[in-house]
Ligand binder design. Structure first.
Ligand code: NAD
Length: 309
């Protein structure tokens, strides 16, 4: 499997390392505006490969995404002093607008996996601007938040996280929700007042980590690796990626996360969990929050968005 990573910062380079360690790729290409930094990362990771299974790690230009089964978008402009979130989003959307034509020319058949924040806005922009079938463009969405939730529940109950089935849905951000009515611990439903505080800790985890270490990289890299493993091995795994919706819960023309079946072709289908009335309402509010973010980033709904020439 060939994986191209656009953006070799903390997220992109940690992803490259994690992919190599997990033997989830045979070739990894790191692409970054700062070529020397990308080269340094590729060299460092390549020197770890003798301890792993064989994988070629190198740097390249956007044209070197040719033949990649998936291209990960992990490049991001850093927030400037005084810059608002919508302004930052607009800058990252502009970056996509610039890079997509060259990427699609080099690699018309691959999948696009978006990690850059705000991830739902960026996924929407990638889906609309690329005009690829919606199953081939998706974002890491709440795969990370879902892992955080399972990790917290695992700790609370003293049960292997792999036996904790619970999903974070909606926006990757403040309006996300936990589908408690569809959650179980080895088949047992979960109840109690502690669940609300666990959900709040999951929602605020990124702030807490960034406050301490300045960024997050390991868990997002593991989440991206898991998504790439699901598509690389055609596993039909259920993962809460962000996709352009057309129907579930009456939601259309917005990107957010719902449990989706991921196989070699990308998002095979989106599952509609039996949510409670409160959860449905929270999901609608989350969709509204994403729509407002889209509007602020200059992505008017259903607007004909053409890539710039
Ligand atoms: P970083 O600053 O360490 O790296 C960003 C990289 O992008 C830099 O190496 C920079 O040179 C490169 N870059 C910027 N503009 C570029 C361009 N036009 N062309 C090529 N390269 C370009 O940032 P990071 O910590 O790696 O985070 C990257 C993005 O991932 C951010 O948007 C961050 O918010 C997001 N992120 C998302 C999640 C998630 O759950 N989806 C989690 C963590 C981080």
């Amino acid at each position: 499997l060939k994986v191209a990573i656009f953006g070799a910062g903390r997220v992109g380079s940690t992803l490259a390392y994690t992919l190599a360690a997990a033997a989830a790729a045979r070739e990894i290409v790191l692409i970054d505006a700062e070529r020397a930094k990308a080269e340094g990362e590729a060299m460092d990771i390549a020197h770890a490969v003798p301890f792993f299974a064989p994988v070629r790690v190198r740097t390249g230009e956007i044209g070197d995404a040719a033949g990649a089964a998936v291209t990960v978008i992990a490049a991001g402009a850093a927030q400037r002093p005084g810059e608002t979130r919508p302004q930052l989003a607009q800058r990252n959307v502009d970056m996509l607008r610039n890079v997509l034509p060259g990427l699609l020319e080099a690699n018309p058949r691959g999948l696009l996996l978006v990690a850059t924040n705000p991830v739902d806005t960026m996924t929407y922009a990638a889906a609309r601007l690329s005009r690829l079938p919606s199953g081939r463009v998706f974002g890491s969405g709440t795969v990370l938040d879902t892992a955080r939730l399972r990790s917290e529940l695992s700790r609370h109950y003293g049960v292997d996280a792999r036996n904790v089935h619970a999903y974070v849905l909606g926006e990757h951000g403040d309006s996300e929700l936990v589908a408690w009515s569809a959650a179980s611990l080895g088949g047992m439903p979960m109840q109690g007042s502690h669940l609300a505080s666990i959900a709040a800790r999951v929602r605020d985890a990124a702030y807490e980590i960034i406050r301490r270490k300045g960024a997050t990289n390991f868990a997002i890299a593991a989440a991206l690796t898991r998504i790439i493993e699901a598509l690389g091995r055609d596993q039909s795994s259920v993962l809460t990626v962000s996709t352009l919706l057309d129907g579930p819960y009456g939601l259309r023309d917005v990107c957010l996360s719902l449990p989706a079946v991921i196989d070699a072709g990308g998002v095979h289908r989106v599952l509609e969990l039996p949510l409670s009335a409160d959860e449905r309402a929270a999901l609608r509010r989350s969709a509204q929050a994403v729509r407002e973010a889209l509007a602020h980033a200059g992505l008017a709904p259903r607007e004909a968005l053409a890539p710039s020439p």
